[in-house]
Design a protein around this ligand. Structure first.
Ligand code: CP
Length: 318
């Protein structure tokens, strides 16, 4: 990743995901602050759309590596509010920092800022497009839950995946599904639970066909719940400025007929599709998923900024 941007899951192969997850795992158990890996570098977090986890985990990750952080927590506080183009904002950022992490409501924002931005860029979510570092955090959590999935498992160890949401228009779900294709030899079946008859859309449908992956589509989680080993949910009630009411076909709670060892992931924020009464159960992988994102993001930033030479000796890396 050195010197590159990270804008799409398409940039990753399985080997790179595994390397970054291995690196993240080492960072998670190593005292690293005293090595100051990102010393003297300035990370710009530019969030033109609301975020709790992504902005704070990136900023926490950067600060714990001793980078300096300057932040746009709300696009309305920038020249955007006066009609300034993202291309011009990108030109300014070239002089202000060393790495840009951007979230935007507009799917085309990555192309627009790249018109003039010369710094490496991390896509922290672009409209209905992608959220590649979320997918890394998702798979980091899954691989910690079941390390056997790093290799190729036996037929009876393959996992059945349930995806509750609409991958064609939800960036976190799309990125998760696309990264899951890298682990397809370990996936027995994928069930997509959506109220739409075509939750994938043309582009994803073609990618899945090319990967020879044929998900089963249903509009009721209860039809398939007893088969699912891993359930990936997203908040599907948020519609523009309002919310729609979800019924029990799209909700999980303590009374749901989950397999005893099934785990639930959710990029969060959640609404009532994921009941808080699951938080204290072993099904909850979503907090591990959110907490581990700090280390995946540290691994990515150190790689992109080529600061391997600042790592302590107990990280036996490159
Ligand atoms: N997972 C995620 O993107 O959460 P935030 O919207 O809080 O950043």
């Amino acid at each position: 990743m050195t010197g590159k941007s990270c804008v799409s899951v398409e940039q990753f192969d399985k080997e790179l995901v595994l390397e970054l997850c291995k690196f993240a795992a080492l960072l998670e158990v190593t005292e690293i602050a005293s090595s100051h890996p990102l010393d003297e570098l300035i990370v710009i977090t530019a969030f033109f759309e609301a975020s709790t986890r992504t902005r704070l985990s990136f900023e926490s990750a950067a600060l714990r590596l001793d980078a300096k952080v300057i932040s746009i927590p709300d696009g309305k506080t920038t020249g955007s509010a006066k009609g300034e183009s993202l291309a011009d904002i990108g030109e300014m950022m070239n002089a202000y920092g060393d790495l840009v992490i951007m979230r935007h409501t507009d799917t085309n924002s990555i192309n627009e800022i790249h018109e003039k931005l010369r710094l490496p860029l991390i896509n922290a979510g672009n409209g209905t497009g992608e959220h590649p570092t979320q997918a890394l955090a998702d798979w980091y959590a899954i691989l910690k839950w079941n390390p056997k999935l790093k290799g190729v498992v036996k037929d009876d160890e393959k996992i059945t995946l349930g995806i509750l949401g609409t991958p064609g228009s939800m960036r976190a779900v799309r990125s998760f599904l696309e990264m899951s294709l890298l682990f397809k030899e370990n996936i027995k079946e994928i069930h997509i639970v959506s109220e739409l008859a075509d939750p994938l859309g043309a582009i994803l449908t073609q990618k899945l066909e090319e990967a020879d992956v044929h998900p089963h589509i249903t509009n009721d989680i209860n039809e398939v719940i007893s088969e699912l080993d891993v359930i990936y949910m997203n908040s599907i009630a948020f519609l523009g400025d309002g919310y729609k009411t979800l019924d029990s076909r799209f909700k999980l709670h303590k009374g749901s007929k989950l397999k005893s060892d099934a785990v639930v992931l959710h990029p969060l924020a959640r609404l009532d599709e994921l009941n808080t009464n699951l938080d204290e159960t072993d099904h909850n992988l979503y907090f591990t998923q959110a907490h581990g994102a700090v280390f995946v993001r540290q691994a990515l930033m150190i790689s992109m900024l080529d600061r391997f030479d600042r790592l302590p000796d107990d990280i036996p890396f490159v």
